[in-house]
Write a protein that binds this ligand. Structure first.
Ligand SMILES: C[S@@+](CC[C@H](N)C(=O)[O-])C[C@H]1O[C@@H](n2cnc3c(N)ncnc32)[C@H](O)[C@@H]1O
Length: 190
């Protein structure tokens, strides 16, 4: 299968840069918090590397082997290779057991799979975080400029170069609603 992310991850200026998601960075920088982490749709690893540098053992999962090669390259450069493991597979196929990760990160990947799969995966990852664990999920919403709904078209931010790969735009507060479902074990921080 062709990898739509091959070129963005292959070039010198790697897509999405190397600055981690700000909330992941803030969590990673908390003194004394470490353990095991899962980065779903890790891409070229900006969040994986931030967590590994903070001391987490991170499993980075993505469909793009080129992205995962860059993860390992960056891990070597940051001398954290021993704390990074890569797995090239569909996030929907991954076996994720309850209560097994101190941090789970899914930065713009649930919006790359159909909503019914995203909902199933959400439940798995919400259950996968330990009691004191951290879950970070970011998705494109219908307000994103890449979305062809009217609200998106009025946004003035630039359209992401990989917007075509987004097949499932979330409603603006959908993730919040999912996090607040009665059976949810989550406490929403942001
Ligand atoms: C927008 S990029 C985000 C990359 C990274 N999380 C970041 O923020 O820099 C989305 C990533 O999800 C991956 N992806 C999309 N669908 C996937 C799937 N079903 N299973 C695994 N990875 C997937 C793509 O290969 C791509 O690397």
């Amino acid at each position: 299968m062709a990898d739509p992310f091959y070129e963005p991850y292959d070039r010198d200026e790697i897509a999405y840069g190397d600055v981690p998601s700000s909330l992941v960075a803030a969590f990673a920088e908390q003194n004394g918090v470490t353990g095991s982490a899962l980065d779903l749709g890790a891409g070229a690893g900006r969040d994986t590397i931030a967590l590994a540098k903070a001391g987490f053992h991170v499993k980075a999962v993505d469909l793009s082997q080129r992205g995962l090669d860059r993860v390992m390259q960056r891990a070597a450069k940051s001398r954290v290779s021993d704390r990074v493991e890569i797995k090239c597979c569909d996030v929907r196929e991954l076996k994720i057991l309850p209560g097994t990760f101190d941090a789970v990160v899914a930065t713009t990947v649930l919006d790359h799979i159909p909503m019914s799969d995203a909902t199933k995966l959400w439940r798995k990852i919400a259950a996968a975080v330990t009691e004191e664990g951290f879950l970070f999920v970011e998705d494109q919403t219908t307000e994103d400029p890449g979305c062809d709904l009217v609200v998106g078209q009025f946004a003035d931010a630039p359209v992401s170069e990989t917007a075509d790969a987004v097949i499932n735009y979330f409603e603006p507060i959908q993730l919040l609603r999912m996090a607040c479902e009665p059976e949810s074990n989550l406490r929403v921080l942001s």
